[in-house]
Ligand binder design. Structure first.
Ligand code: IPM
Ligand code: MN
Length: 358
């Protein structure tokens, strides 16, 4: 089997962590008779510097011509002063939209070896933490009408939250299908006590639930959900939510697992195509220091193998190698608790060794 993968290294630590993810894919590929062509393309600040725009058209074309996309991270202080439309982050939103990737899957679970890195008390963690955030990714306030106007209180800016039933239905189906393969529970998160979009969200999700009789559905307001996540995360299986709420809750969920440097994500649309990226950002403060944790990127590569390429053996090999790396006592800087740590490159190398051994 041969696959074409578009790699978007991006900015900050993006290039160094995606490099290790590429190596992990090659190691797993060798073992399972899979080969890859990696096509590295520009987006974000790197594209602004080289080409004067954050998302060149040939990048979008290269992604569309690939079986899947592996992305690092975009953004950094160098480009923070640019107007919204020209910022590196716009490249990420443009990719998601133009590739039709409306479903963002963000799993958050604790590795037992890292339980001490979690800010939660042991007794809370011991009840279990293994959840999946299903975040709507191409709608809502991120993509609604925006603008500026004069008001009685002075100059104003606005961003509109809008959701159609079609957009809610398809992301709800993703969440219910995921729950069927997990523990059979969906918690839909909204702000239906205030927002009309949330009231439509809740009504539509409730209707779609009828097609999934084996899945139990409940609804939380977002403020309560954010509190419940630290009070008792074991109550959650699949969390289904909008673009903005999902952005916020996924950072919270990642931190309670111990480190945001560990968490992968998948962005999917119709069909098997997908874009895979770590949940963490570009962390420009540690770029080039060897302190970046490549595990989130490496686990994103495993998700790519599982969801898009339908290669569960290779995906398992990568995930097992990461577990073994941790079990063997190796730590990257973010999870070392001030002790000895592996550099980004060394962590990648040790994980690849374990992929080959498994
Ligand atoms: C994320 C990021 C992005 C988002 C930014 C960089 C545009 O925070 O993937 O969570 O808000 O979606
Ligand atoms: Mn985010």
């Amino acid at each position: 089997m041969h696959y074409r993968i578009a790699v978007v290294p991006g900015d900050g630590i993006g290039p160094e962590v995606t490099e290790q993810a590429v190596r992990a894919m090659e190691a797993a590929g060798e073992k399972f008779g899979i080969s890859f062509t990696f096509n590295r393309v520009l987006a974000g600040g790197a594209a602004i510097d080289a080409r004067g725009e954050c998302l060149p058209e040939d990048t979008v074309e290269a992604c569309k011509a690939s079986d899947a996309v592996l992305l690092g991270a975009v953004g950094g202080p160098k480009w923070d002063a640019l107007p919204g439309e020209q910022r590196p982050e716009k490249a990420l939103l443009g990719l998601r939209k133009s590739l039709g990737l409306y479903a963002n899957l963000r799993p958050a679970a604790v590795f037992p070896e890292l339980a001490d890195a979690s800010p939660l008390k042991r007794e809370i963690l011991n009840q279990g933490l293994d959840l999946l955030i299903v975040r709507e990714l191409t709608g809502g306030i991120y993509f609604g009408e925006r603008g500026h106007k004069e008001t009685e209180m002075g100059y104003a800016a606005y961003d509109v939250e809008q959701y159609s039933t079609g957009e809610i239905e398809r992301i709800a189906r993703t969440a219910f299908q995921m729950a069927e393969k997990r523990r059979g529970r969906v918690t839909s998160v909204d702000k239906a006590n205030v927002l009309d979009t949330s009231r439509l969200w809740r009504k539509t999700v409730t209707e779609i639930a009828e097609d999934y009789p084996d899945v139990e559905l409940n609804h939380f307001y977002v403020d309560n959900a954010s509190m419940q996540l630290v009070r008792d995360p074991s109550q959650f299986d699949v969390i289904l939510t909008s673009n903005l709420f999902g952005d916020i809750l996924s950072d919270e969920a990642s931190q309670i697992t111990g480190s945001i440097g560990m968490l992968p994500s998948a962005s999917l649309g119709e069909g098997n195509f997908g874009m895979y990226e770590p949940v963490h950002g570009s962390a420009p403060d540690i770029a080039g220091t060897g302190k970046a944790n490549p595990i989130a990127a490496i686990l994103s590569a495993a998700m790519l193998l599982r969801f898009t390429l339908n290669q569960p053996g290779a995906a398992d090999a990568i995930e097992d190698a990461v577990k073994q790396f941790l079990k063997d006592g190796f730590r990257t800087c973010d999870i070392a608790g001030g002790g000895d740590f592996c550099t980004t490159e060394e962590a990648g190398r040790r994980i690849c060794e374990r992929i080959r051994e498994i």
